[in-house]
Design a binder for this molecule. Structure first.
Ligand code: MN
Length: 239
């Protein structure tokens, strides 16, 4: 799933670090520069692990709200409208105070959820090749990665995300962030992540986050994750 790919190309050329002055003014659609991509699969694709209703609410309402909030803010702010999302998140501390919280919460939410839908999919296979080699090297085995990832997600208090990040030339690590924060805000790269906000699982699992974390692996598309790993190694991974 490509998110704002067109914006990315324009914005990468436009970014002026230090001034954050937009040099390219993009033609905007009626709704704004940020866009919610439709899912590549059916809302029911992950039942019984994630139910159809949860998928509908999560994508069409929760994610849409982050996009709408960004577009509303972009109307009054040229920086927001002209920089690619990845750069907005990476330069959060340099943004004008008036839009910093909006970008942190809604830009983070847009990036996290776009990644989330991308790395899930029916018939997702299992890791192989370079990705499997990296997992084996850094965790010992896929099952150990999964179990440590689940433990991290379970320990995270309140709402947030658990991520596998890519460090340096390809080393993998597990990290968590509260709310809609992302390692991108600290200059990091996200291989994949799971949403442990209650809205991601409450209809099916109520307070049983551990059960959700365990079941979620059945929705993961390892081919999409392998593509992100390859993109990261090529220096082309954004959100
Ligand atoms: Mn969510």
């Amino acid at each position: 799933m490509s998110v704002n790919r067109r914006n990315l190309v324009v914005g990468s050329a436009a970014i002026a670090v230090g001034t954050l002055a937009p040099r390219v003014v993009r033609a905007q659609s009626a709704t704004g520069p940020f866009k919610l991509e439709p899912l590549d699969y059916a809302y029911s694709a992950f039942a019984p692990y994630i139910d159809k209703k949860t998928m509908e609410i999560h994508h069409d309402l929760h994610h849409q709200t982050y996009v709408t909030n960004l577009n509303n803010a972009a109307r009054d702010n040229a920086v927001l409208a002209s920089m690619p999302l990845h750069d907005l998140l990476g330069w959060l501390g340099q943004l004008p105070e008036s839009i910093r919280a909006i970008v942190r919460n809604n830009g983070g939410g847009h990036a996290n959820h776009s990644m989330f839908w991308e790395i899930m999919g029916p018939g997702g296979g299992s890791p192989d090749g370079e990705l499997l080699a990296a997992i084996s090297r850094d965790f010992g085995a896929v099952e150990i990665l999964q179990s440590r990832f689940n433990e991290a997600g379970l320990r995270l208090f309140g709402s947030g995300w658990v991520f596998v990040t890519i460090i340096g030339d390809g080393r993998l690590a597990i990290e968590t962030r509260p709310n809609q924060d992302t390692p991108i805000m600290d200059g990091g790269r996200v291989l994949f992540g799971n949403d442990v906000w209650e809205h991601a699982y409450y209809l099916n699992y109520q307070n049983r986050r551990a059960d959700y974390l365990k079941a979620w692996w059945n929705t993961v598309n390892w081919r999409a994750i392998a593509n992100r790993y390859a993109a990261a190694k090529a220096g082309a991974l954004t959100i």
